[in-house]
Design a binder for this molecule. Sequence first.
Ligand code: HEM
Length: 428
Amino acid sequence: MKRSLGQVYTDIYNAHKDDRYVGFYKVRQPDETVDPIASKNPFFQYGPQWKINRSQLSYCFTSGKMKNMFPLVLEVSQNLIKHIEAEGKLGGNPFDAKDLASKFTSDSVASCAFGLQGKAFEDPNSEFRRVAKKVLEPSTILSIKLLVMFLFPSCSKILNVRFIPKDAAEYYFDIIKTTLSYRKEHNIIRNDFLDVVTHMKFKSNEPRLTVADITAHAVSFFGDGFETSSITLSFLLYDLAANIDIQEKVRQEICEVIKNHGDTMSYEAIQDMNLLDRCISESMRVHPPVLSLSKICTGTGGYTLPPCNETGKEVHIEENTPIVIPIYAIHHDPKYYPNPEKFDPDRFSENNKSEISKGAYLPFGEGPRICIGMKFALLQIKIATVAIVQKFDVRVNKKTKEPLEINPNYFMLLAKGGLWLDFYQRSQ
Ligand code: HEM
């Protein structure tokens, strides 16, 4: 494939720079009979079904719930550090940042969503990782599946195209079933996502969640949270490695904040790391993992937009018309971000961030469908980055092809040839 869908949308945006919008067609919605797990993911839903799922899942992502999951993610970050040390590649023999970040987020999400030790570091070929790779690993087959599902949804039913393969769906269902009964039998409380979903309160007239519903929610958590977060973490590490002065300032901030919190790395300490937060925001602007958003016009009777340029007429969008928002193109438009390729966390300082145009910063989307897992994503990315930056000087290895180019064989953002980084152990 020469260009991914995200790149095609960027091309369309750039070819119509003076217009507010242009016509295009796109749909997203796996069929429930063909793909029962993916079809319950709020990402793919509309209307009342989306409302029910969204409100059920929102309950799982409050700050209090995130605080409870903090120690689980922290434990995985310690395995990440041990892995970098044990691999003995410190300096000169680089790590692929995406591979490293995927191992971390896969274990972190496995721990929080399934109550499992994913063991990505100890056993990269573990069953859990093998299945996850099958579902999400960049491949031509996955790209073709997505093209069929998004562009020709009616064909996906006929061709039996599923986002979650049948054997993977069965594997996840078994894990959840076994874990739930083990926890019940041994009275185990872990404060993870599985506990929260299982103990959700319902009104008397609301149906209880079945094991299949809980599996679908856990797979949503995993599917939506593992790959997006690992892409973000890998690009953030690259940006810090490519800007060593900023990396040093982040390190100083981490030391100071932890010191101010009684020499403890806590959930509260993470919230005080402002420069780190700005670096993540800027890294996600330059490298948004999700290249474009799909929306659909749901207003009864459609919606009328103002003219798309000075000379045009009003445009009426019919009900059910799909809309694409090209995030990558907007984030790289010099109209919104002068010198857009430059990594400059100051764009997100208290003074500057109010200058950013509304709707011009969309790594997590916007409005009622904004990413539900944003708090969890930021938490796990921050925990991993703090652990790495405290221990290692991170540098770009010359194997990294710079300037970075987008890998066209994937529906999210990947760098062609990978992000190769060296980790030099720091003296304490
Ligand atoms: C850095 C990591 C992440 C990025 C960049 C990201 C990005 C996005 C984006 C762009 C959307 C679409 C929003 C829209 O349509 O306006 C979205 C939706 C969603 N995300 Fe994330 N996400 C991340 C992490 C997560 C995590 C960790 C979870 C769950 C644990 C998650 C769960 C979801 C769900 C369920 C939706 C659908 C929400 C809805 O339609 O109501 N995401 N995400």
